[in-house]
Design a protein around this ligand. Structure first.
Ligand code: ATP
Ligand code: MG
Length: 420
């Protein structure tokens, strides 16, 4: 039979990589916990309508990136391409929005894109969504929190924060009209994608990757000149809070974000160490979405963080802790027909040293071959149980790093040695 392969753009996470992901997952979930955020898990599969309504018909995601199919009852369903829509649906459906909520999630997202470095078809996001807090204090909190994350991971020097304000929907509409006027007069100078967007979603032209289009935009009307009073005050307050907290940022008036639901604050954390896929974390305020999805009007702000891109960054910058790839502390060598004594000793050690990662050799073999495996396992110690040790309730310990001579100890003496 022809060998079966994974679907393009959907990766396996292999054992030598999983410690890196566990490190990232633990660091992020603990950090969110320290700020009082709770985890939410929503289904991977949702009604297609959820995304066309929440994300917006005229977005890249809904126009061309969704994995959509009919299930057996003929209903159109979609593998989630992002996490906000499902979180909003769950929050409305389960009456979570009677009080402020600080939520985070982690999991796979699915987008039919051209796979390349930092761009997959199944990728993973951490996300944060906060509901019921309208002021800039919470925008500042999530930015301060992400800034702390970069410091904790040791990559703060390689990430820049860009912020912008999209204003309210009236100021956005006024700006859209001015932008369309300006660009329509120069239509033939726009790239093909941007020409199409001119009707469908003109603001997206601002983040076109085309150089000529970007040049054309230099003299275009500026979004920040169109801000309504409230959004301008919100933006000014946010900047003051970030200044006071010592979080550096650049104002990027072209920053719009690809999804329809954003208004007021938007932001991206960008790196230049990943080539074209430089945005690691992106989000903003989406005060209108909950009501648009059938809930009460509830203010909301959040972000999504691409884990593959973060992992690539950590690897590129060699910012991973050295101990990460050590999976076991000790390797138990079973020399001869002493399996039951070895099993008992191993369980006793696990009772007494819950932190100890102890791998017991299984499958027999000579002492020499087992010692080789102990070495290869990355363990600090080989613990050897042979006939003598089994008979006397002792264990021989070899320090695999120091090369010191091995010693034979009573099982009860082992914890003190391994703890040292
Ligand atoms: P891009 O402009 O790179 O396509 P986006 O605006 O579509 O990004 P968002 O929808 O804001 O991305 O998703 C948030 C984050 O998720 C991105 O900043 C990125 O880190 C990550 N991400 C998005 N799409 C992918 C993908 N196909 N593969 C890997 N990571 C992704
Ligand atoms: Mg995209």
């Amino acid at each position: 039979m022809k060998q079966l392969r994974a679907i393009r753009g959907m990766n396996d996470l292999l054992p030598d990589q999983s410690p890196v992901w566990q490190y990232v997952e633990t660091t992020l979930s603990e950090l969110f916990g320290r700020y009082g955020y709770s985890e939410i898990r929503t289904p991977y599969l949702e009604a297609t309508q959820l995304f066309s309504r929440a994300v917006g018909e005229a977005t890249d995601i809904v126009e061309k990136e969704m994995y959509t199919f009919d299930d057996k009852s003929g209903d159109s369903v979609t593998l989630r391409p992002e996490g906000t829509a499902g979180t909003v649906r769950a929050a409305i459906q389960n009456n979570l929005l009677n009080q402020p909520q600080r939520l985070w999630y982690f999991g796979p997202m699915f987008r039919y894109e051209r796979p390349q470095k930092g761009r997959l078809r199944q990728f993973h996001q951490f996300g944060v969504e906060v509901f019921g807090i309208a002021g800039p204090d919470i925008d500042a909190e999530i930015l301060v929190m992400t800034a702390r994350l970069w410091r904790q991971l040791g990559i703060a020097d390689n990430l820049r924060l860009q912020i912008n304000s999209l204003g309210d929907s009236a100021s956005r509409a006024a700006y859209r009209a001015a932008l369309v006027d300006y660009l329509s007069e120069r239509r033939e100078q726009l790239d093909e994608d941007s020409q199409r967007r001119l009707e469908r979603n003109p603001l997206r032209i601002l983040d076109s990757k085309n150089d000529r289009t970007q040049e054309l935009l230099q003299a275009a009307p500026c979004l920040l000149d169109f801000l309504d009073r409230e959004s301008a005050a919100h933006f000014a307050d946010l900047r003051r809070l970030l200044d006071a907290a010592g979080v550096e940022y650049e104002i990027n008036p072209r920053l719009v974000r690809g999804l329809d639901y954003y208004g007021k604050t938007v932001f991206e954390w960008v790196t230049n160490c990943l080539g074209a896929q430089g945005t690691v974390c992106a989000g903003g305020r989406y005060d209108g979405l909950v009501e648009q999805m059938g809930g009460k009007p509830v203010a909301a702000v959040g972000f999504g963080l691409g884990v593959e891109r973060l992992v690539l960054m950590l690897e590129t910058l060699q910012a991973l802790p050295e101990s990460l790839h050590q999976q076991v502390d000790a390797y138990l060598v079973v020399a001869g027909e002493v399996q039951s004594a070895a099993l008992a000793a191993a369980e006793k050690l696990r009772d007494e040293l819950p932190w100890l990662r102890l791998q017991t050799h299984c499958g027999g073999g000579s002492l020499k071959s087992q010692m080789k495996k102990a070495d290869k396992s990355g363990a600090d110690y080989a613990l050897i149980i042979g006939q003598d040790e089994a008979a006397t309730g002792r264990v021989t310990v070899k320090d695999l790093r120091s090369g010191e001579p091995q010693q034979t100890l009573a099982l009860a003496e082992l914890p003190a040695l391994l703890q040292s």
